[in-house]
Write a protein that binds this ligand. Structure first.
Ligand code: SF4
Length: 273
């Protein structure tokens, strides 16, 4: 681990007040969150291939820098912390029942799985859990209470559903039997009894079709920023989109939001067809 210098950390030993202590703690926390591996991830992953907005995926694949500075990613940080704790709890359960069978423990935690490829690049991701008894691939989602009620009422939505099947394909390609995919919604700000586990039978075609769609977007994105206006938009939580900029007229770098969602462009349709 790199040692910090005074230049890295201007508030170091700034004074003896509680205010200076708070400033130092805030710096320590926000610096760690800003530099977390997840925040720095540049490659597209299984969690993104089901994003309904083609242009949002296009910006990422074309390597166009984010313009929407949204401050410290506190909620994702909470989700990561919950994931880590759940992984530790289930790993500890695995250790308490040694010899589940000769092939290893019952629950496989955070294995990297190869989902497929997009425009020649391998796509893989770290999957939260695979259960060797039921052949279930499971992803934890830590969400706000109101959002959780929407998932209960309407299901997980295409993005999470596609992510679950993509992980399913990854496990299958590693030689495991996959029967079910599941998204286990956990309340970030409510009691545990509000949780909502969703599942359905595994269908490889869900993942394959999603990869084909993103492959088409990637071919267009490879033409560079000038191709971004050709990509179809959809409401994909625009406020949280890295390239969202209200009123933007330069679509090569930023997007004003899903104000003109239209039919797929001819250019994209011909690439996907
Ligand atoms: S701002 Fe909204 S419409 Fe525009 S690229 Fe992002 S998600 Fe898509």
């Amino acid at each position: 681990m790199t040692e910090l210098s005074q230049a890295d950390w201007p508030n170091l030993y700034a004074g003896g007040s509680v205010e200076s202590l708070v400033a130092e703690l805030d710096w320590i926390i926000t610096d760690a969150i800003d530099n977390a591996p997840r925040s720095l991830q540049k490659r597209i992953g299984p969690s993104e291939i089901g994003i309904p907005c083609d242009r949002r995926i296009g910006y990422k694949l074309a390597g166009i820098a984010p313009v929407n500075e949204r401050g410290i990613a506190w909620k994702p940080f909470i989700g990561t912390a919950v994931h880590e704790q759940l992984g530790a709890i289930i790993d500890s359960f695995n250790a308490r029942v040694p010899g589940f069978n000769e092939a290893g423990p019952r629950f496989l935690i955070e294995w990297r799985v190869p989902v497929g490829s997009i425009n020649g690049d391998d796509i893989d991701g770290s999957c939260d859990l695979y259960d060797r008894v039921t052949g279930t691939v499971l992803d934890w989602k830590c969400v706000g209470g109101e959002q959780l009620l929407k998932y209960k009422a309407n299901g997980p939505g295409e993005q999470y559903r596609i992510q679950a099947h993509a992980y399913g394909r990854g496990w299958q390609r590693r030689g495991f039997t996959v029967s079910n995919v599941a998204v286990y919604f956990l309340p970030r700000d409510r009691e545990f009894d509000r949780r909502y586990p969703w599942s359905e039978p595994y269908d490889e075609q869900v993942a394959v079709k999603a990869l084909e769609r993103v492959d088409g977007i990637a071919k267009l994105a490879a033409l560079g920023p000038g191709a971004m206006p050709m990509l179809r938009t959809a409401d994909a939580w625009c406020r949280f989109c890295p390239n969202f900029k209200p009123g933007s007229t330069d679509l090569t770098t930023s997007c004003p939001g899903d104000v003109a969602a239209t039919a797929p462009s001819d250019a994209l349709s011909s690439l996907i067809a």
